[in-house]
Design a protein. Structure first.
Lengths: 329, 314, 330
């Protein structure tokens, strides 16, 4: 296999808040190859959004400490200056944010929002940029692209706006696309369209994609590998099938079992996880999930588990992992 | 696809978009998540400076109320033997060009400023606040008519109106000034209260109260009022400060209380003629007014930020 | 679970139109359904379909433009004043945003006691006892949390408090308007389980409005699917999900993202965008995106017809279990 596109090692992002030091991302490491789709899954407070922003280098300038390493195609993001980071933003790595209503400037026409980055980053002339922008709008499936070029974001629906955001992200042909909850808040049918679009674009433009989401349904059929996060830490990584069918960490199982499924019969009792997500400024020495885990022991509460390999790129952090099992027949 | 420019969003159901996630994007959400939600929420302190300001204001107010019983020199007594004297043992702040003690005039002068400030704000709130709350809660025609009337009144320059009325409504006294400024402040209070109530009235808990069978009156008092109180109090404090300044401006035009009644504005106005000879005449009332306003503004600002309940979206 | 008796709630031809006469926005265009005592009716659809508007119209928070709403035999469509307030005690609603459902400046105990205070039905120690009981039932310890302010709670806890508040008056019908949409998956599961338990204990009937198909299926006995202000299909949950009769339902289910890597890839994704309710398509409102639409669908809005006991579809060519194309028209 060739050199991985993205290498993250021991990444830690710590915020200084009035109530204490908050480790939003705590020792995250993973690799991402070219043309691969990785899913980062977790609930709110798991640190996944902070992680995606730290990978981009978008964390705020004050009251934040970042340590560890993020190497994107040879470029080290951690510690790089703003100017240096700007050189990779858009051209090497691009981000699609969650809320299409707020990620587009409501008073600028969408065409101009796309051509802006084309003209500034790639130095295109006005005509060239316009032609390319219309191409991009067609690429993301916006009908009547030439007319829509002059539309304002407020005139488009949520799904259309998200497509425009994707078009902007792709305008300078990045090799990595970070999509942070790209379909949350969109209708189910539109979600399916957007995710299919991302798949298609990934093939066509030979990009890697990181899908950050809380929705297991989003990552189930569209990712090759998944990273599960809890309280800022990675608790399990592996291929998608491993994480769904052969998970070892009890949190992963609890997460899977508490998600209602369309195929469940009516009135199925959901296996809820007791308690609430932890307060990140008050994490103890042991495993972050211990207070809510049915299998927790004293060791879990005292010592933080290391990431152990279960073979073939599958790792988990647990002192009492679940027994391995095969996929359902 | 329909091409209606700036078409309104689909009503109501569009709210489902964007909230179906669980996590807000942006680093501020992390700070929110960090706050312990079932333990102690770190109590925001008002700070020692806040209390110093409150103390200073209290001192001024008490001095103004009890000026009669305090051991002050008569503010009207003209002692020609000590005209334009600088600060000294007998006259702490000195005397003015008619030999009157500046210190006692400053203390008595506070009465005019404070009474004007409080009195006109009381009028403004007594009328503007209920109207604003009702208009924002009821909406419909009542809101439409009242707001239009208020905006028309706002468009008319208040200063000019005040000057105009006070020029003709003689003999001037403090009550008349309070009434005029009070009426002029009604549209301002109305606007602020209405905006604050609009923000609160659209929240789900107001709807929930309605759905439980609460009468409108109950909703206004128990759900809306406590939530707009911080804004109202803050505006009240700033309003008082503004009126005090306004009184000073009116005094400059000779439209404040008639001489020899001392007021801070009057004293500053009188000092204009011989500023070079007797700077103390201008300095002390100006200082008193300045400090009072500074304390008021600081308190207003602190109250606003202290009671600003941060909305946490999950 | 459904009774063959009188329905608890009966809605006939409900219409809600916003906007002006020149540009009317028909958010709900002739919706009819019944809810029987003790059952949970799920109301599902995408944004803009009018499901939330329907819920609010039932509560008379939004005024229906026309139609009839009958609750426990009483016509509540046009009631006002005290009669309306009294009717509302039998019907309660839980809102989507847990944080803004509670007054941040009031204590939890007072919030839950509010219905008692409004109606002055119970006072003093009896009132306190009832409040404590309600809080305990929803899993919030009144001793520890009763005096806290509402703003100090998380989303899941706020939703529990909202539930406690709505149960105070012992309503017969509880309308849940996207009540778990803003919650995390693990918290969502807790709240849904709680709702099931309370439903049994208090003998509630639920109208569960949501856009998440999996959640609706888990909770409901019967499900109604809405599209652009009309009900496409209504029937028993299991039957509707396994064998949808309306093309829209089929696409909706197909688009649902199942948390299962082995779920089959769907190639029949619904294309296009929902039309604007300001200018809805003539005839069947789904016809612009329906691959089976014919001229009849353009000309005539389909009436609701029964395809199986208790299962109704508003379509000229309802899908049968075995075929994928339009069935022959009778």
């Amino acid at each position: 296999m060739s050199e991985p596109l993205l290498v993250v090692r021991d990444l830690c992002t710590t915020f200084a808040t009035p109530t204490g030091r908050l480790r939003a991302v705590d020792g995250v490491s993973f690799d991402l190859g070219a043309n691969e789709t990785l899913g980062i899954v977790g609930e709110s407070g798991s640190g996944k959004t902070v992680l995606s922003r730290t990978i981009m280098g978008l964390q705020p300038r004050t009251n934040v400490e970042v340590s560890g390493s993020v190497r994107l195609g040879g470029f080290e993001v951690v510690g790089a200056s703003e100017t240096a980071k700007r050189s990779i933003w858009g051209t090497e790595v691009a981000m699609v944010f969650q809320d299409p209503m707020t990620s587009l400037n409501p008073v600028v026409r969408i065409g101009n929002q796309i051509t802006e980055s084309l003209r500034v980053r790639l130095g295109m002339s006005r005509a060239e940029a316009k032609a390319r922008a219309i191409e991009l709008l067609e690429l993301v499936g916006i009908p009547s692209a030439a007319e829509r070029f002059r539309a304002y974001p407020g005139q488009l629906s949520g799904g259309m706006r998200q497509r425009v955001v994707i078009a902007i992200a792709l305008s300078c042909s990045p090799s990595l696309l970070l999509a942070d909850e790209p379909t949350t808040g969109l209708d189910v049918t539109i979600q399916a369209q957007i995710l299919n679009l991302l798949d298609e674009l990934k093939q066509r433009l030979a990009m890697s994609v990181i899908l950050v989401t809380h929705d297991l349904g989003v990552v189930a059929t569209r990712t090759s590998r998944i990273v599960v996060m809890y309280a800022g830490r990675v608790v399990e990584t592996g291929t998608t099938r491993d994480v769904f069918y052969d998970h070892r960490m009890p949190y992963t199982r609890a997460l899977l079992e508490s998600s209602p499924k369309v195929s469940n019969p009516s009135h199925t009792r959901l296996a809820a996880i007791a308690g609430r997500p932890p307060n990140l400024t008050e994490l103890g020495a042991g495993c972050a999930f211990a207070p809510r885990c049915a299998y927790a022991s004293d060791r879990c509460r005292a010592e933080r588990p290391e990431l152990t390999a279960a073979g073939d790129g599958h790792t988990y952090a647990c002192w009492h992992p679940l027994a391995p099992r095969g996929a359902p027949s | 696809m329909n091409e209606h420019p700036f078409e309104p969003e689909y009503p109501v159901d569009s709210l489902t978009a964007g909230v179906a996630g669980g996590e807000l994007s942006g680093e501020s959400s992390i700070v929110m998540e960090a706050t312990t939600l079932d333990g102690v929420v770190a109590k925001k302190r008002l700070g020692p400076l806040f209390w110093i300001c409150v103390g200073w204001l209290a001192l001024n107010v008490l001095g103004a109320i009890f000026a009669n019983v305090l051991p002050l020199k008569n503010p009207y007594f003209e002692d020609y033997s000590v005209v334009n004297a600088g600060p000294g043992w007998h006259h702490v702040f000195g005397t003015d060009d008619l030999g009157r003690d500046i210190f006692s005039r400053v203390v008595y002068g506070a009465r005019v400023s404070i009474a004007a400030g409080l009195g006109s704000m009381v009028i403004g709130f007594a009328v503007g606040m209920p109207l604003g709350m009702l208009a924002a809660y009821r909406r419909g025609r009542f809101d439409g008519v009242t707001t239009t009337v208020m905006y028309v009144l706002l468009a008319f320059p208040a200063i000019i109106a005040t000057i105009g009325v006070l020029s003709f409504w003689t003999p001037r006294n403090l009550i008349k000034i309070i009434i005029v400024i009070g009426i002029a402040s009604i549209p301002l209070v109305y606007r602020v209260v209405r905006a604050a109530t609009l923000a609160v009235a659209s929240k789900d808990y107001v709807l929930a109260a309605k759905v439980q069978g609460a009468t409108d009156r109950r909703i206004l008092m128990k759900e809306l009022l406590p939530n707009i109180a911080p804004v109202a109090v803050s505006f009240l404090v700033i309003g008082i400060a503004t009126v005090i300044t306004l009184e000073g401006a009116l005094a400059f035009l000779g439209l404040s209380v008639n001489a020899p009644t001392p007021s801070w504005g009057n004293m500053i106005n009188e000092s204009r003629t011989d500023l070079a000879q007797n700077p103390w005449l201008a300095l002390f009332p100006a200082l008193a007014m300045c400090l009072f306003l500074l304390c008021l503004n600081f308190i207003g600002d602190r109250l606003r930020s202290h009671y600003d309940v941060a909305e946490v979206k999950l | 679970m459904s009774n063959a008796d009188q329905p608890l709630l009966s809605v006939r031809d409900l219409e809600v139109t916003f906007g002006t006469r020149r540009r009317p926005l028909s958010a709900v265009a002739g919706v009819s359904f019944d809810i029987y005592p003790g059952e949970t009716l799920g109301l599902v659809g995408e944004s803009g379909c009018g499901k939330s508007t329907t819920g609010k119209a039932l509560m008379r928070i939004i005024e229906p433009t026309s139609g009839q709403i009958v609750l426990e035999g009483t016509d509540v469509t046009t009631q006002t004043g005290r009669a309306l307030r009294q009717a509302r005690t039998k019907m309660q609603m839980i809102f989507q945003d847990p944080i803004s459902s509670l007054n941040p400046r009031r204590r939890v105990k007072d919030i839950v006691a509010e219905p008692f205070d409004c109606w002055k039905s119970v006072r003093g120690p009896e009132r306190d006892a009832l409040v404590s009981d309600l809080l305990n039932k929803v899993g919030i310890d009144p001793e520890v949390y009763g005096d806290r302010y509402a703003r100090q709670f998380s989303g899941g806890q706020c939703q529990r408090i909202s539930i406690a508040r709505s149960l105070a008056m012992r309503p017969s019908l509880l309308i849940c308007d996207e009540m778990v949409s803003a919650l995390d998956v693990s918290v969502q599961a807790q709240i849904l389980n709680l709702l099931e338990d309370l439903k049994v204990e208090y003998g509630l009937t639920l109208l569960f409005i949501a856009h998440d198909l999996a959640v609706v299926r888990n909770v409901s006995d019967r499900v109604a699917v809405m599209y652009l202000g009309t009900i496409c299909e209504i029937g028993p949950a299991d039957a509707l999900y396994s064998a949808p009769a309306h093309p829209y339902t089929k696409f909706l289910l197909g688009a649902a993202l199942e948390a299962d890597p082995d779920s089959p890839a769907r190639d029949d994704v619904l294309q296009g965008e929902p039309p604007s309710p300001l200018d809805p398509p003539s005839g069947c409102r789904f016809r612009t995106r329906c691959p089976y639409a014919t001229e009849k669908c353009v000309a005539e809005a389909p009436a609701s017809r029964e395809v199986a006991p208790g299962h109704q579809v508003a379509c000229h060519y309802p899908l049968t279990v075995t075929t994928k194309g339009p069935a022959s028209d009778d």
